[in-house]
Design a protein. Structure first.
Length: 285
């Protein structure tokens, strides 16, 4: 399954949300919008329309809040750890699963802080059922080959409103239960990609418990240990088009080489070429 010839490299599909400077953008926590301005001095102007020789802009943004971004463990540690030094995998296999969150009243799953009536939870059972279908498919195709190291989570319902959604309160976005996060860690995924602004509840008293579970940072701690998963990443605020089926993909996770704990990112998916022998739809029937 690691053979690149098994994937359609001629038709890449981006699951990043384009960041429209000066336009409508997704936003988490109501922070200042990302903006880009023409660079101007007395001697230089970065706009050909204004007489400049070329176009260049000065950009201001908060990667974690203004669009698709990838984080490393430095997001929650005192030590300044840079995401481009943590992401070692250029190409990786990925499972894409779709899950419908449940209301807090419908599940016995838990979270680090008390759940509220309007909370929408991505539960362990939903993740488990979706994963088992793809694991079965993977076994049929590959036998004992190692499972994909990346997990892409698309929440349902899924519509283009996610491209410009404003996430301003705790109930405006689904999040993973503690049990769901533990299951993902047990399945040995190195990279998680999700179409919500956070793996965690937006306002969770600052605990970021799911981030800590994934990176193996102790509860309420901002220190790394020998067990901390330094080469694991979390990508948030993606958008997966509806025409991409739940399946096995080749993933190219592209980031900027910023010396920061997170970076704007562009995850690219490549579809499998031959699905004739095994149809994913048959697993859902």
């Amino acid at each position: 399954m690691s053979d690149l010839n098994l994937f359609n490299l001629d038709e890449p599909v981006s699951i990043a949300i384009p960041l429209r400077f000066g336009g409508i953008q997704p936003n988490a926590y109501g922070v200042e919008e990302a903006c880009a301005q023409t660079y101007k001095t007395e001697k230089i102007i970065g706009d050909t329309r204004l007489g400049g020789s070329c176009n260049f802009s000065q950009v201001k943004l908060i990667p974690q809040c203004n669009g698709t971004h990838t984080e490393c463990v430095g997001h929650i540690t005192h030590e300044r750890i840079h995401v481009h030094e943590c992401l070692k995998d250029a190409l990786m296999l990925a499972f894409l699963i779709s899950v419908e969150p449940m209301s807090a009243a419908e599940t016995t799953d838990s979270y680090a802080v008390p759940l509220e009536k309007g909370d929408k939870i991505i539960t362990r059972d939903k993740i488990k059922i979706a994963l088992e279908k793809l694991e079965k498919l993977f076994d049929q195709i590959n036998g004992n080959t190692k499972f994909p190291t990346a997990l892409i989570i698309r929440t349902l319902p899924n519509d283009e409103g996610k491209l410009t959604q404003k996430y301003v309160d705790s109930t405006s976005a689904p999040f993973l239960s503690t049990e769901a996060m533990n299951l993902i860690v047990q399945r040995n995924f190195n990279h998680i990609l999700i179409d919500t602004p956070s793996l965690d509840r937006l306002y969770d008293e600052g605990k970021l418990s799911n981030h800590r579970v994934f990176w193996q940072v102790e509860r309420d701690s901002c220190e790394i240990t020998k067990d901390t998963r330094l080469n694991h990443t979390i990508t948030e605020l993606i958008y997966v088009p509806n025409d991409l089926e739940d399946d096995i993909y080749l993933l190219n996770l592209q980031i900027a080489p910023f010396n920061l704990e997170s970076s704007p990112s562009r995850p690219i998916l490549f579809k499998r070429l031959d699905k004739s022998s095994t149809s994913l739809r048959s697993l859902y029937s």
